[in-house]
Design a protein around this ligand. Structure first.
Ligand SMILES: Cc1cc2nc3c(=O)[nH]c(=O)nc-3n(C[C@H](O)[C@H](O)[C@H](O)COP(=O)(O)OP(=O)(O)OC[C@H]3O[C@@H](n4cnc5c(N)ncnc54)[C@H](O)[C@@H]3O)c2cc1C
Length: 524
């Protein structure tokens, strides 16, 4: 079994640390002295496993008795994901929605047998990869079903095939990011998918949520890397993707990508891979203001000159990341904006792309800030989630949300969402960066920090609703890479419209007529 995360915190408990002094000083400056938040519950409420013994026996016959687990500790860890509301509920000891059992299949055939059994016996199934979901995608409803099991893909961790000629690899869904990269490195290859949750999220989860990594400018989104997949559904198995491109009707792979366990369980993914890079370099650029940096990012994207990594922080995020209290709260643009650019590939390719990008950015008025900001970003890039735990401990409410739109609407979307969040959360700090760029537009990733109210869960839910309303009012997508889950369903329905909802429900009815796969997740 792979390492488990702390149930109510992010990541490896050994890597957790209290808030650094510089961050503590920023918190004091921004929010004054904070009262201590409610202490973490020492005990927890978890209902006894309510599934019938006969049903458990049926599950045991499929995967073996030792792979059907009903102990409270594991059921707690499989109850939900890692959004701030998830962490707040877990900290309060609320595990009322825990699954009845955790079932751990070994291969595609066992997954297929499990979903068929669950459909025949009306048992809800929640596929579980790394458990890093931030949109309530692991919080399925029981809906009068005979039980709810977490289908843990943690035993399916093989690199099944490498085709070095076509540059593809077939991976099992339970592989976490570092495990997949280590297996590919053995063949001199990389996937190049590095979301902030990389250390714990899985291949199946990346596909099921259409994840996007920090090097997406160079390697693309995860859904763009997938050339084929297999999935087990109650209606039978799906094997999709027979050629690099095809005109054989609508691309059904796209139905499973982003399906969040509601249409089938993804049991293998064939991805396009690249040669492991010889050289990697990250560096910083300063811009006088966010608008200048956005224009520069757009110019690079539209000129076909993207680096491997391209991120642009707004003025507030730049000030906070530099731990610069003078810039924070000062006049607009006082500290300007920091852009991180990164390059990976052969030494010659890195040098050539870096020179071309440098020429464009210098010509647009950017100021090179050297490699130090790039190194700092690279070293700290998987650490921010630990900082969230330390801030929650100090009485700061902190959470993130993301969206995307076309370039022509990006700056007004930035202003609208920032306004919605500051309007809903008195005295909040709203940080934002452009996280992923395309020829036609980009995504915005917001981090919000505020003084915790007496009921931080309700406090965040109100702010999140205000931000989501602002996103839809601006015509932007409710999610660029966090997926729909349960939290975004209402706004997703608005985004795809009534006929879109009808089509999605029809697919759900065809593949999962008993409605046992992740009930209440994704499908409005
Ligand atoms: C701190 C933090 C940082 C993050 N940073 C990023 C980021 O940079 N980029 C990004 O894209 N996302 C990010 N996320 C979101 C999250 O990591 C992704 O949604 C991730 O892709 C989910 O993978 P997982 O293996 O953890 O899936 P889980 O959380 O286990 O599951 C997610 C959803 O997919 C379903 N599912 C899982 N596996 C399968 C399968 N094999 N078949 C069918 N359905 C399945 C689940 O039922 C659930 O609905 C972040 C999350 C956190 C907490």
């Amino acid at each position: 079994m792979t390492a488990e995360m702390h149930p109510s915190r992010w990541g490896d408990p050994a890597a957790a640390a209290p808030l650094p002094d510089t961050a503590r000083e920023l918190v004091r400056l921004a929010f004054g002295d904070l009262p201590a938040p409610a202490a973490e519950a020492s005990g927890s409420r978890i209902a006894a496993s309510a599934i019938d013994e006969d049903l458990l026996d049926g599950l045991r016959r499929i995967v073996g008795a030792e792979h059907v687990l009903i102990d409270d500790d594991l059921r707690r860890r499989r109850t939900r994901g890692k959004s701030t509301p998830d962490l707040l509920r877990n900290r309060a000891g609320d595990f009322a929605e825990a699954p009845d059992a955790v079932v751990r299949p070994a291969d595609h055939d066992q997954v297929q047998a499990l979903v068929a059994y669950a459909a025949a016996h009306r048992v809800a199934v929640v596929p579980f990869g790394g458990g890093t979901c931030v949109t309530g995608g692991l919080a399925a409803r029981r809906d009068g079903l005979a039980g709810l099991v977490s289908l843990d893909l943690g035993r399916m961790t093989a690199l099944r095939d490498v085709d070095p000629v076509s540059m593809t690899a077939t991976l099992e869904p339970g592989l976490r990011g570092p495990e997949a990269e280590a297996l590919l490195a053995g063949h001199g290859l990389t996937l190049g998918h590095f979301p902030q949750s990389f250390e714990f999220a899985t291949i199946g989860g990346f596909a099921a949520t259409r994840s996007s990594g920090q090097a997406s400018a160079g390697y693309g989104r995860f859904d763009g890397m997938v050339v084929g997949l297999t999935a087990a559904t109650p209606a039978g198995e799906l094997r999709l993707g027979t050629a690099p491109a095809s005109a054989a009707g609508p691309d059904l792979r796209q139905l499973l990508l982003g399906s969040e366990g509601a249409l089938g369980v993804i049991t293998s993914v064939t991805v396009r891979v690249r040669r492991a890079p010889e050289a990697t370099v990250h560096e910083g650029w300063r811009w006088a203001c966010f608008a200048d940096g956005v224009a520069a990012a757009r110019t690079l994207a539209q000129a076909g000159l993207l680096p491997t990594v391209l991120r642009l922080s707004d003025e507030t995020e730049t000030a906070v990341n530099l731990a610069d209290p003078d810039a924070l709260g000062g006049a607009d643009g006082v500290g300007g904006c920091l852009m991180i650019t990164g390059y990976e590939g052969t030494a010659e390719a890195v040098a050539a792309r870096r020179a071309a990008v440098t020429a464009v950015l210098s010509g647009l008025g950017g100021t090179p800030a050297g490699e130090e900001p790039g190194r700092a970003w690279e070293q700290g890039r998987f650490h921010a989630p630990y900082l969230r735990d330390a801030l929650l401990d100090e009485g700061v409410l902190v959470e993130t949300l993301e969206t995307a739109t076309f370039w022509s609407g990006l700056e007004s979307l930035h202003a609208e969402v920032t306004g919605a969040l500051t309007g809903a959360l008195d005295g909040a700090l709203v940080l934002c960066h452009v996280s992923h760029v395309y020829e036609t537009g980009a995504s915005l990733y917001f981090t919000v920090a505020a003084r915790q109210a007496a009921d931080p869960l309700a406090q965040w839910q109100a702010a999140k609703a205000a931000a989501s309303d602002a996103i839809r009012a601006a015509g932007a997508t409710i999610t660029h890479h966090h997926a729909v889950g349960t939290d975004h369903r209402q706004w997703y329905a608005d985004e795809i419209g009534p006929v879109g909802v009808l089509a999605l429900r029809a697919v759900k009815d065809a593949l999962d007529p008993a409605g046992v796969l992740n009930p209440g997740v994704l499908v409005p």
